[in-house]
Design a binder for this molecule. Structure first.
Ligand SMILES: [Zn+2]
Ligand SMILES: [Zn+2]
Length: 334
């Protein structure tokens, strides 16, 4: 394939996440290897932060970036992780679609790909085939390297049949770029409106802070769970992997730092199992359940507390052993 043809395919692939030059089954068999084309999007994201040299830093833009970090961290944890990956609560088909759309604004690819990769992580945690195990592949590969490898890009729809049967979710998964388009448009409009009210900001300043800087921090905050949560922290449970609990990681990821808890029991909506284990994602989901938009939040099962220490029985009841196997029914009002 010549350069022009490769560039053409890379451009189409940037717009269509299901576009590949080889069949997905073949790509998944390839060795892990950094792809220069895949690095480009990360380079653009990080270099975009340098725009601050030209646009400066206004208070409204900085606070917008901070707010978007935490709001979208909730989308990653409360939507992509605790709903699409583990189905720890239920919702209607319409809200499921809206949540998927909101999730695409996190610029972490589509909801079905995210859930597929994540369920694979739980099934093969810290085994050689685990795409982002720091134990197997080292810190940098677990943090960002694995995302630059073509091998990890195709979504295996056969492994997420409970989600893939919704055409609207497949569409969002395929064209997840819509999240970036939406976010950039809203930020440009927000910046222009504020400026029209006499506030010292601009559409470009809002885009640099709200999109590039906020999304870069959001990526690294999320990636810390892959690269650090299997290395640093305490192990309450002797799970089959090296997952750990970390207060610091829980703070920057709104509760995902209780990763050893989560590997012990993936099917519960809570990751902080005790009141002192701060879990903001759970608090927000709990508040949302009072509105009726979501329901059926799965509590921490008794067996988790019954065997709270490492010297307790290691194997949870069969139906709880994989989050992906629990509660993967359709939305109740679908
Ligand atoms: Zn893990
Ligand atoms: Zn998980």
């Amino acid at each position: 394939m010549n350069f022009l043809s490769r560039a053409g395919h890379a451009l189409v692939a940037a717009l269509d996440s299901d576009h590949f030059t080889d069949p997905p089954e073949v790509i998944r068999q390839q060795p892990e290897r950094i792809s220069p084309a895949r690095c480009l999007s990360f380079a653009v994201l990080h270099l975009g932060c340098l725009g601050v040299i030209w646009v400066g830093a206004g208070a409204w833009a900085v606070w917008t970036a901070v707010a978007l970090y935490f709001i979208r961290m909730f989308f990653v944890t409360g939507i992509y992780h605790r709903y699409f990956s583990h189905k720890t609560y239920s919702t209607s088909r319409f809200v499921q679609f809206v949540m998927a759309l909101l999730g695409t604004t996190c610029v972490q690819r589509g909801p079905l790909w995210w859930a597929y990769i994540h369920r694979h992580h739980h099934k093969h945690s810290d085994e050689p085939v685990d795409a982002h195990s720091p134990v197997q592949h080292g810190f940098w590969w677990a943090h960002i390297g694995w995302l630059t490898s073509n091998k990890n890009h195709p979504t295996d729809y056969t492994k997420i049949k409970d989600l893939a049967r919704y055409p609207e979710l497949r569409l969002l998964n395929r064209y997840d770029l819509i999240g970036s388009v939406l976010l950039l448009s809203v930020l440009a409009g927000w910046g222009a409106w504020l400026r029209s009210r006499g506030i010292d900001t601009s559409p470009m300043q809002m885009i640099v802070w709200g999109y590039f800087i906020s999304t870069t921090f959001l990526f690294h905050g999320t990636a810390c769970i892959n690269s650090l949560a299997h290395v640093f922290g305490k192990r309450r449970y002797e799970t089959k992997d090296d997952s750990r609990n970390s207060f610091i990681l829980a703070l920057i990821t709104l509760g995902e730092g209780w990763h050893n808890n989560h590997h012990r029991c993936q099917s519960t909506v809570r990751q902080g199992f005790h009141w002192w284990e701060i879990d903001p994602t759970y608090y927000v989901l709990r508040a949302l359940s009072w509105t009726g938009l979501i329901w059926g939040l799965k509590p921490v099962p008794r067996w988790v507390h019954d065997h709270a220490h490492a010297d307790g029985p290691l194997a949870p009841p069969e139906e709880e052993s994989t989050g992906a196997a629990v509660g993967l029914g359709s939305p109740e009002r679908a």
